[in-house]
Design a protein around this ligand. Structure first.
Ligand SMILES: *Cc1c(COP(=O)(O)O)cnc(C)c1O
Length: 345
């Protein structure tokens, strides 16, 4: 074992999906964009389809093709970036459902693939994707006559339960959609936790499935173990790594591990992150290099063969916190060099 090892607990993903589903009385889709938040869209989608998920969301048509390939015909695969130039064949041939974001996309879709399924995204204040009031007013009647699979919007601040933006966007969404008879959707993971008013007809959790905040009760999904390449003994005063950023204040034992920023263990973890030998914490010291990182194992009773960075001892959000980012970014940055195993499903 020379690369880092990642174990993805598909049973935990299924349990998280079921737990989020139980919090609402409406349909629960699954967001598997960015290769299933870095954990493998095909395996995640297959496991969740077996567990009962019938609607999947990806960011772009290319991801939709991969998910369709894994799931076969049947489940709805929706593309959040909509129907972009050059997507027509993929959308048409693979039966993807573009979530149309603009008048331009609506026109393109109706011209290129008349009668083909689609959804609509409205902008309720995030100003990222979706149609605004005047655009929607201009085409709502025509679009609704074609029975979109969903009319949806996205919350900008749903991870903060008492942020006033939540109620504001809810109000705008009501004003833009009350009275329509097609399914509506507003909530991702954060919106589910905001309560019933935000659930409408379908919810679209992503991060909560993968064990991330704001779903604090989520079961951890990822275990990451990093092999020790070498252990060395340092005298007090010796330094470690690039820029000499760490200096031994006592005789020390330093383990060099096989993983670095090329594996998504970002440089801002330098001198800050904690790894674990069983349940014993050991500090990452010095700079994270491209392929290596260094850990002070002086206080361990034995020489470790591997240390754990993610698992029951430490969640992605705890690791994200010390390095100034969010769980989403840690997960989607992990990259292709790990040996990956899945468990359950
Ligand atoms: C990413 C995304 C989701 C899922 O959000 P999470 O916060 O990961 O649950 C849902 N809807 C849209 C439009 C998204 O972009």
């Amino acid at each position: 074992m020379s690369t880092g090892h990642i174990t993805i607990d598909l049973d935990a993903i299924i349990a998280n999906w079921r737990a989020l589903d139980k919090m609402t009385s409406v349909e629960t889709a699954a967001v598997v964009k960015a290769d299933g938040y870095g954990l493998g869209a095909a395996t995640v989608a297959k496991a969740l389809a077996k567990a009962g998920a019938r609607r999947f969301f990806v960011a772009v048509a290319e991801e939709g093709a991969a998910v369709r390939g894994a799931l076969g015909p049947g489940p709805e695969v929706s593309v959040l970036s909509g129907h972009m130039r050059g997507d027509t064949d993929t959308i048409g041939d693979l039966g993807l459902t573009p979530i149309l974001n603009s008048l331009e996309q609506v026109t393109r879709h109706f011209d290129a693939l008349p009668g083909h399924p689609f959804g609509i995204q409205l902008d309720t204040g995030m100003n990222r994707l979706g149609m605004e009031w005047d655009e929607w007013a201009a085409i709502a009647e025509i679009a609704l006559a074609q029975r979109p699979s969903v009319v949806m919007s996205h919350l900008a601040c749903s991870d903060e339960a008492d942020h006033p933006m939540n109620a504001y966007q809810l109000d705008v969404f009501h004003k833009m959609t009350d009275g329509i008879t097609v399914p509506r959707s507003l909530a991702a993971t954060g919106g589910i936790l905001l309560g019933k008013d935000y659930h409408f007809d379908m919810c679209r959790p992503g991060i909560g499935l993968y064990g991330g905040l704001p779903f604090a009760q989520a079961r951890p999904v990822v275990q990451m173990d990093l092999p020790v390449v070498q252990i060395r003994h340092l005298d007090a005063g010796e330094v470690v790594g690039y820029a000499n950023s760490w200096q031994a204040s006592r005789p020390s034992r330093i383990a060099t591990l096989s993983a670095g920023y090329a594996d998504g263990l970002i440089r801002s973890m330098s001198d800050k992150a904690t790894l674990f030998y069983g349940n014993e914490p050991v500090p990452l010291i010095g700079r994270v290099s491209m392929d290596l990182l260094t850990v002070d194992v002086t206080d361990l009773k034995e020489d470790p063969h591997a240390l754990t960075l993610l698992g029951a001892q430490q969640t992605v959000d705890q690791l994200a916190d010390v390095s100034g980012t969010i769980g989403y970014e840690i997960l989607t940055s992990l990259g292709g060099r790990y040996t990956r195993r899945t468990r359950g499903g």
